[in-house]
Design a protein around this ligand. Structure first.
Ligand code: NAP
Ligand code: GLV
Length: 306
């Protein structure tokens, strides 16, 4: 049995070293190098090429190196392959802090004052009054983000597929409660997984159900958002602003209108970055579970796709 690390777009020297320390008796290779494709039973993946899976006849487990599994072509895996993902308190807290900081930056008009400063313009204004934050997705990240916002005095509501019961959070579920959930929100945070059901959800119809000053914060995936609908809503004053951490094409192309839009804040997919030190134990545990044929930690439900 061997482990193949296919985490693309970064230097994996430290990750390989830490993984070797955690599972010293297991052979670990880094894609595209692989001595014997038929011995690979476990792949640690991030943005792996879709044609990788068919080359691995004895694959048993794909472990995502992040919370999302949309970068793994689930439909190309054989039915006997299991998928796991990262669930990590540090990741959830990082996400909550990112969201809190951008809600506060908008509420306190940081962007407006930065623009004023560049023109030497002194114009004090009261902070924005709105205090209602709506979170699409009340999973591992959405729950902690809700908790942190509540602790900072925000009024929080959340929307999920199945009904939740969270302290001090107004919980809504399913399509027929979406419209009520969206009304009266000052900040809309997207923390949904990317699936066939959620792709393109942040669109003109949804924006039309939000109050005109609402700020949309997309920290989930770029493909949740219909970019031209967002630009139209911002330009027609149907939305107050947008904070975007994720994009359909990453890196965001240099001529993309988001870069220079006065109502858009762009960050380079950094809201919650997997921390090698806090997740190595769960990856090693899953390699051992794969060897021993025991249940995986944080296994993905493939029929739901998240
Ligand atoms: P999770 O634990 O799987 O939670 C997903 C939530 O979305 C659940 O509450 C689920 O409802 C809800 N949901 C799924 N499909 C839905 C639908 N059709 N209608 C309504 N609600 C639906 O996921 P997570 O760990 O919180 O992560 C969420 C996403 O964040 C990831 O998939 C990833 O794309 C993104 N992410 C981004 C960054 C970044 O740096 N920007 C970092 C990490 C993750 P139920 O609970 O009822 O099933
Ligand atoms: C990052 O985007 C993740 O899914 O962990």
């Amino acid at each position: 049995m061997s482990v193949l690390v296919c985490v693309t777009g970064r230097n994996n020297d430290k990750l390989m070293a830490k993984l070797s320390d955690a599972i010293p008796d297991v052979k670990i290779e880094q894609w595209p190098y692989c001595e014997d494709l038929s011995s690979v039973q476990f792949v640690l993946a991030w943005n792996a090429p879709d044609n990788l899976w068919q080359q691995l006849p004895n694959l048993k487990v794909v472990q995502s190196y992040g919370a999302g599994v949309d970068g793994i072509a689930l439909d190309k895996l054989k039915p006997c392959v299991s998928v796991a993902r990262i669930v990590d308190q540090k990741l959830s807290v990082d996400m909550a802090e990112y969201v809190l900081s951008h809600v506060l930056a908008n509420k306190l008009r940081h962007r407006e004052y930065a623009a004023n400063q560049s023109e030497g313009y002194w114009k004090p204004r009261r902070a924005m009054g709105g205090n209602e934050v709506g979170i699409l997705g009340l999973g591992e990240l959405g729950k902690v983000t809700a908790e942190v916002l509540v602790r900072h005095g925000f009024s929080v509501r959340g929307w999920s597929r199945t009904q939740k019961d969270l302290p001090k959070v107004a919980c809504y579920a399913g399509e027929n409660q979406l419209e009520t959930f969206l009304s009266e929100i000052d900040y809309l945070v997207c923390l949904l997984p990317l699936t066939q059901q959620t792709k393109g959800m942040l669109n003109a119809k949804l924006f039309s159900l939000l109050p005109a000053n609402c700020v949309v914060i997309n920290v989930a995936r770029g493909q949740h958002l219909v970019e031209e609908d967002l630009l139209a809503a911002l330009d027609n004053n149907k939305l107050g602003g947008a904070v975007l951490d994720v994009f359909s094409t990453e890196p965001l192309p240099e001529n993309h209108p988001f870069w220079s839009h006065s109502k858009v804040t762009v960050t380079p997919h950094v809201a919650a970055v997997t921390n090698m030190d806090t997740v190595i134990a769960q990856i090693a545990a899953n390699v051992n579970a794969c060897l021993d044929d025991t249940p995986l930690e944080n296994q993905v439900n493939l029929s739901k796709g998240y």
